[in-house]
Design a protein around this ligand. Structure first.
Ligand code: ADP
Ligand code: MG
Length: 258
């Protein structure tokens, strides 16, 4: 039996007023798989990621993470209607999903290590000592052991983004979402962040990565999904979608970023 996918989106729809931003997204991410989500600005990539992480609510369709319906409880009724979840359950779902944004959003008044241990201590109630030793291990993983005591203002953008990745990992998520994690970085800082993400992928983490880094997608992704105007235009192995796109819109997009 094939194991169920970790993420399953079925006909996901989202409007902002009259603006139809997601027009029925269907996709699956298997456990341990890396999916790279490509597409022009405004195509709905961030909105889709935000729906997975409860930062937006879908208007239609369903998203399952690890078999759990995101944001709703399945009703036992024959109609299979869903009702909204309690805030506590939503918080538990959100804790199991790590998210890294274009802007690093570190707490400016906390050190690198303080940023990483804040949620494990404050939310997951780990002991300070455990959180710190695990935090140091994560800093080692992102190549920042020597910067544990540094404040965000004294770190480069690339270092801040690596702290943000370590911070997300500190809650031991089963899924990591990345929304253009290198787009705000100076070009010379991009490589270190991508290399941390590559190691994370190799370690077996399930990841959805919105990115314009086509080289990264080709090398690391198991699956590439090209979105435009709220729909999935095409998807498949990187060699298929990137090197042999079937749709004119995909070709035009790749020409614009390559
Ligand atoms: P992408 O990440 O692919 O660039 P987004 O998901 O950010 O696209 O946005 C898709 C569309 O939805 C854009 O036209 C954007 O202006 C619109 N949009 C996103 N968030 C909101 C919001 N909170 N309110 C209104 N419109 C929004
Ligand atoms: Mg976006």
């Amino acid at each position: 039996m094939t194991p169920s996918p970790l993420v399953e989106a079925r006909n996901v729809r989202k409007h902002f007023g009259a603006h139809h931003v997601l027009k029925g997204i269907d996709l699956e991410v298997r456990r341990g798989e890396v999916m790279c989500l490509l597409g022009p600005s405004g195509s709905g990539k961030s909105t889709f990621l935000r729906c997975i992480n409860h930062l937006e609510k879908v208007d239609g369709g369903r998203i399952y993470v690890d078999g759990e319906l995101i944001g709703y409880e399945e009703h036992a009724s024959r109609k299979g209607r869903a009702r909204e979840m309690k805030p506590k359950q939503i918080a538990a779902q959100r804790r199991s999903i790590g998210m890294v944004f274009q802007r690093f959003n570190l707490f400016p008044h906390l050190t690198a290590l303080g940023n990483i241990t804040e949620a494990p201590i404050g939310v997951a109630h780990h002991s300070r000592a455990d959180a710190r030793s695990r935090g140091m291990e994560l800093l080692r993983r992102v190549g920042l052991t020597d910067h544990a005591g540094a404040y965000p203002a004294h770190l480069s953008g690339g270092q801040q983004q690596r702290v943000a990745i370590a911070r997300a990992l500190a809650m031991e998520p089963k899924l990591m979402l990345f929304d253009e994690p290198t787009s705000a970085l100076d070009p010379e800082l991009v490589g270190d962040v991508l290399s941390v993400m590559r190691d994370l992928a190799r370690s077996g983490m399930t990841m959805i990565v919105v990115t314009h880094e086509i080289g990264f997608a080709r090398e690391v992704a198991d699956q590439v999904v090209f979105m435009d105007d709220g729909i999935v235009v095409e998807s498949g192995a990187p060699s298929r979608v990137i090197d042999d796109p079937r749709h004119e819109r995909t070709r035009a997009f790749l020409d614009s970023v390559l």
